[in-house]
Design a protein. Structure first.
Length: 285
């Protein structure tokens, strides 16, 4: 699959950096990237995507790459970005998929664009800050980073200026995935380190999302590693109880990165759900 990159002009002089694998497709999937990442479609899934007939579209969230920063943005603002990208590329309805910091924007897109989102598959999701025990079970470095965000922009900026990577946030399985089947992540993480988008992502995670999860009508699959130290599986458990009809799959032995070993299954599920929804709409049997 070839990925085309363009800068999309938005009202007010802002831009979004957009990615598109193009071509005819049975299903278009909008990818919501993690924190901190660039928004390129997930490389390890592209071979399967060709088999499934999936077209990927995506974008760098504001503050990453050449996408214009949007200070004070909420999780819900992702729906406006998603709609602008889909409109510009001539896409009507689409599915959404995300990992880690991209899961919240994926859910917000589904909640705020119910007539356009066909299905949702997310891995290692973050629950709204209102969830009880939100910090429970996090590795010390992950909790410290997000507690700084909860104190406001100045505290978060100060924290990031002095922060160093703590390997304790990942499991052995995570490091194996980063050095193996999901080494692609290194290519999208390195250019995003130090981006203002990271700060804005974490600030948005600890303020109201700007959407109602009960408004999500599309089928939702939540996948979470039971050994996740960065965002504990209790977050996806909470979300499963808040989203009508959501399916939760917990993965024993997996952490925050190694859970992506189930991304191919999630994409296959996504394609199946979207096809079923399309058949139900058209009356096909």
């Amino acid at each position: 699959m070839n990925v085309t990159e363009t800068d999309l002009a938005l009202p007010g002089g802002r831009t979004l950096h957009v990615y598109d694998t193009g071509g005819p497709a049975r299903l278009t999937v909008l990818w919501h990237h993690g924190t901190p990442n660039l928004g390129a479609p997930p490389g390890p899934l592209l071979p399967l995507s060709e088999t499934l007939g999936v077209r990927w579209i995506s974008y760098d969230r504001p503050g990453y790459g050449s996408s214009t920063p949007l200070p004070g943005r909420t999780v819900g603002d992702a729906a406006e970005c998603a709609a602008a990208v889909a409109d510009a590329l001539g896409v009507g309805r689409f599915a959404v998929m995300g990992h880690s910091g991209g899961c919240s924007p994926a859910l917000a897109t589904a909640a705020l664009l119910p007539d356009r989102v066909r299905a949702v598959a997310i891995l290692a999701a973050v629950a709204p800050f209102e969830a009880e025990g939100w910090f429970d079970g996090m590795a010390a470095a992950s909790a410290a980073s997000l507690r700084a965000a909860a104190e406001g922009r100045a505290a978060k900026e100060k924290y990031e200026a002095a922060a160093e990577f703590d390997p304790e946030v990942f499991t052995e399985a995570d490091f194996a995935a980063l050095n193996g089947s999901w080494s692609w992540l290194n290519d999208v993480v390195r250019p995003a380190l130090g981006a203002v988008g990271l700060i804005d992502d974490d600030l948005s995670a600890v303020r109201p999302w700007g959407c109602d999860l009960a408004a999500v009508t599309a089928p939702v699959l939540l996948v979470h590693g039971e050994d996740d130290r960065m965002i504990p599986a209790t977050h996806s458990k909470w979300l499963a109880g808040a989203i009508p009809g959501a399916e939760l799959r917990l993965s024993p032995g997996d952490g925050h990165i190694s859970v992506l070993s189930h991304a191919a299954d999630a994409l296959t599920w996504l394609a199946g759900q979207a096809t079923s929804a399309s058949d139900a709409t058209t009356g096909a049997r």
